[in-house]
Design a protein around this ligand. Structure first.
Ligand code: MN
Length: 341
């Protein structure tokens, strides 16, 4: 079996390494509704750059979700606030985008600001794109996680791994491989993980922090969503709705729906799960998971989103019911559900 490794001695990786070495002022961004991969990659890269004597800020479209507070070792994770951060962004020499390859994943206010600043833009990501939004795009879709790529980049530069860096990168790989269950948990991901563990970080402690500290309101939200689950095409396709009403009823947050998709995926007949999470401002975020026979990347792309073959997403306007119609038509267009469903 061959595993594609990024050629770190080649452009653009080489140019990214040069920028990390030569520049002094950095800002790191991940996508809206941040996940463990983007946030973990940020922590690891933040620590590395800081140890190199650089000035580095983490500024994201959204605040840090409470369950990832353990990554906030020095309160370095900031949700974008124009008044507080525009000076920092104007002073940045390099802006590094982690775990996303589309401008709109920054959210309108931060996207507008980022498009306007003078910094060199760098994108490090493992989503399948031809060309990213940045000037330098380090893209490798064979990597299990963006945090894995960030670590491999640092290692290629001879950087020293610390427990804080390892905590970030381990969180990236743990969450993006579904705790080493998905097909992307390949030997390359495990090799990197072994190196991370050698710093002394404890996998059971990190697992508890990521998966063992949910609020009860999340479980209540999950039960509402599961109670309203819709099954199409002889249980091949499962739709999981999360409406604003459900979120408000149990006092949860929309990010609490992270992972619901994997619960529905456990059904034997299921080929494809769609999680529909209603966001504020009359938008619905769609997450698609496939067990292998349905190419959810194509479906997500047809709805203006993107992702991987087996895990993809899109954001559409309208409430859950509107989004459900769009999804249903996209599935039917792609003949993933039959006409009679
Ligand atoms: Mn990722």
């Amino acid at each position: 079996m061959t595993i594609g490794l990024p050629l770190f001695d080649q452009s653009p990786w080489n140019n990214i390494a040069d920028a990390l070495r030569e520049k002094e002022h950095f800002v790191l961004c991940t996508h809206q509704n941040p996940d463990g991969d983007g946030l973990g990659a940020q922590l690891g890269l933040w620590e590395y750059l800081k140890n190199q004597g650089k000035s580095v800020s983490i500024i994201n479209p959204d605040p840090l979700p409470t369950r990832y507070e353990f990554l906030n070792t020095e309160k370095q994770f900031q949700g974008y606030d124009q008044g507080l951060h525009d000076k920092v962004l104007d002073a940045a020499e390099v802006a590094i985008f982690l775990d996303f390859s589309r401008w709109d994943r920054l959210g309108a206010p931060l996207e507008a600001k980022m498009r306007d600043i003078g910094a060199l833009t760098v994108c490090v990501d493992h989503h399948p794109v031809e060309d990213g939004p940045a000037t330098l795009n380090g893209l490798d879709e064979t990597a299990a996680a963006t945090g894995q790529l960030a670590y491999e980049l640092i290692r290629s530069m001879g950087g020293q791994l610390t427990p804080v860096m390892a905590t970030g990168f381990y969180t990236s790989i743990l969450t993006d491989t579904g705790s080493f269950r998905f097909s992307n948990s390949d030997s390359r991901a495990h090799r990197v993980t072994a190196e991370l563990l050698e710093t002394g970080i404890d996998p059971s402690v990190l697992y508890e922090k990521v998966y063992g500290e949910w609020e009860l309101s999340r479980l209540r939200l999950m039960s509402l969503s599961l109670a309203n689950m819709e099954s199409l095409d002889e249980e091949r396709v499962l739709l999981l709705p999360v409406t604003r009403q459900m979120i408000d009823e149990v006092g949860a947050h929309e990010t609490d729906a992270e992972g619901f998709v994997d619960v529905a995926r456990s059904v034997r007949t299921c080929e494809c799960v769609v999680l529909l999470v209603e966001r504020e401002g009359n938008q619905t975020k769609l997450s698609f998971r496939s067990k292998g026979r349905v190419n959810v990347q194509v479906i997500a792309e047809s709805l203006g989103g993107g992702g991987h073959l087996y895990a993809a997403g899109a954001t559409v306007s309208g409430n859950v019911q509107d989004a459900r119609e769009l999804v249903y038509h996209a599935l039917k267009e792609g003949r993933f559900v039959s006409e009679t469903s």
